[in-house]
Design a protein around this ligand. Sequence first.
Ligand SMILES: Nc1ncnc2c1ncn2[C@@H]1O[C@H](COP(=O)(O)OP(=O)(O)O)[C@@H](O)[C@H]1O
Ligand SMILES: [Mg+2]
Length: 237
Amino acid sequence: MGIQRGRFITLEGGEGAGKSTQAQMLAEALRGQGIEVVVTREPGGSPRAEKIREAILSGLIAPLGPVAEAMMFTAARIDHLDKTIRPALKRGAFVVCDRFADSTRAYQGALGNIDPRLIRSLERIAIGADKPDLTIMVDVPAAVGMARAAQRGGAPDRFESEAPAFHEALRRSFLEIAASEPERCVVVNGAQAPEIVARDIWSAVQARLPVAGEAPKMILMPKSKPRRAAKSRAGGK
Ligand SMILES: Nc1ncnc2c1ncn2[C@@H]1O[C@H](COP(=O)(O)OP(=O)(O)O)[C@@H](O)[C@H]1O
Ligand SMILES: [Mg+2]
């Protein structure tokens, strides 16, 4: 037998939910356990997929319609899996991916006008057996996420500039995905302080993909009121 395959963790949620922040915190916590971690993101995560990302987020693809957009996400995902994710898992690393296939499902679903069977087929072809072992849905009210994203500065991208109703629909889509696949997904309340969110995510990782024993100190900092919120949520619906 060769090296044990690594684990594939994805972070999903709307704009400004805290996915990128939590991806870094989770990677640090895992590295603290001596685990090799590859942090990556979608769209992007490999040189070719990053080029596709630029095209999508600049708004170049949107006028070509949602099917073209879904195809471009898929093209990027195939390259990302090929060049970055599979090689990392194969050598035993943990992959922490900031957005993945649920974002395509939710965004295209929220935009409404694409056959869900097409999305599913593209997903099956692109991903095959390499489904995420664990998906963390970082959940915040759309208005909170949008306010955070706006504070981050810069011009709004292709999706940040969609209407508030779109972002509410998006949030519902992510929660529906989590409810429909409780064995893969855990919903974490992203409207808490970053360290609390990180602690809840760590609890979920330990519950689903136990690594070593101790939680990292950074996350174990004793609070005045210890909470165990993550545990009940981690059980899925
Ligand atoms: N739990 C949190 N509470 C308050 N602000 C946060 C929290 N998590 C992240 N932020 C801030 O909100 C903004 C968006 O976070 P980010 O991690 O980039 O979100 P995402 O990747 O989901 O779009 C950043 O400026 C970040 O510093
Ligand atoms: Mg981000």
